[in-house]
Design a protein around this ligand. Structure first.
Ligand SMILES: CNC(=O)[C@@H]1CCCN1C(=O)c1ccc(Cl)c(COc2cccc3c(C(F)(F)F)cc(C)nc23)c1Cl
Length: 248
């Protein structure tokens, strides 16, 4: 059986996206499994809740920026991404990277007690009370819960993450056609993989998640904007590594 060159190319593309995800996933599943029941004590929770809005945002912004840097590495190793113009790479990352951080958060989520891995242990939404954006946290946890319910394999998570990033509908792309061709190849990869895993029913559920992500992230951008208005220094002092990463 000699697969047609296009099928061979699709399988190679699949494998390289999965490998990139493995190399840049920040936390290995085995590590997270081992820490699953390591919960914060009442005192530790109280300590987080006593932080000022600014302090807690700064703490989270650092974590998110670090997570986004792993996503940038993931994007840069998706075949074809480096071939895009610099501006288009940045456009895709500026909008898509937080969405991939959200998708990846589901790997660090424990649905049995609705806790997420944060600062070395698992905590619930109450940990983030001092952020002053309960609705965002509920939305973040709710999305993680729903993503967990799909029980994606790491390979499926890898391909789904690449589809979230390589989105030809992003505003002000210069070479939309090129992004479209990359996305089409990745869509063929995902459907090829779901067929192989005998899980075609997952296909439409994943595409529904893409639209949920978009609305969720507009809430994030709004919150981020609200926060940067009130605490301009923090955003500029913590976020620059991300932009340095985007330009290299
Ligand atoms: C397993 N851990 C993780 O996945 C995340 C990313 C890597 C590190 N990390 C955490 O430590 C973490 C885990 C769970 C939660 Cl709820 C948080 C706090 O999340 C946020 C607090 C403030 C703003 C957030 C915004 C906003 F608004 F900036 F866009 C957007 C997202 C999505 N999350 C925000 C964090 Cl920072």
């Amino acid at each position: 059986y000699s697969p047609s060159p296009s099928l061979l190319r699709i399988e190679e593309l699949c494998d390289s996206v999965v490998q990139s995800h493995r190399d840049t996933s920040q936390f290995r599943l085995e590590e997270l499994q081992a820490l699953r029941w390591k919960l914060f004590s009442r005192e530790e929770i109280h300590a987080y809740q006593s932080k000022s809005v600014d302090e807690m945002w700064q703490h989270c912004a650092m974590k998110l920026t670090e997570a986004v840097q792993y996503v940038v590495e993931f994007a840069k190793s998706i075949p074809g991404f480096r071939g895009l113009g610099q501006n288009d790479q940045i456009t895709l990352l500026k909008t898509g990277s937080m969405e991939v951080v959200l998708v990846r958060m589901s790997r660090c989520f424990n649905t049995e007690n609705s806790t997420v891995f944060f600062d070395g242990k698992f905590g619930s939404t109450e940990l983030f009370k001092s952020l002053g954006c309960g609705d965002l946290m509920v939305a973040v946890f709710d999305f993680a819960h729903r993503m967990c319910a799909l029980r994606l394999t790491e390979q499926q998570m890898a391909l789904f993450s690449s589809l979230v990033l390589i989105n030809p509908d992003r505003p002000c792309l210069e070479d939309r056609g090129r992004v479209h061709r990359m996305r089409r190849d990745l869509e063929v990869c995902l459907s090829h993989m779901l067929r192989r895993d005998n899980q075609e029913s997952l296909q439409h559920k994943l595409y529904q998640k893409v639209s949920v992500l978009r609305s969720l992230c507009s809430l994030h951008v709004e919150k981020l904007h609200w926060f940067s208005q009130r605490y301009p220094l923090t955003v500029h002092s913590v976020f620059p590594p991300l932009y340095k990463e985007l330009f290299t």
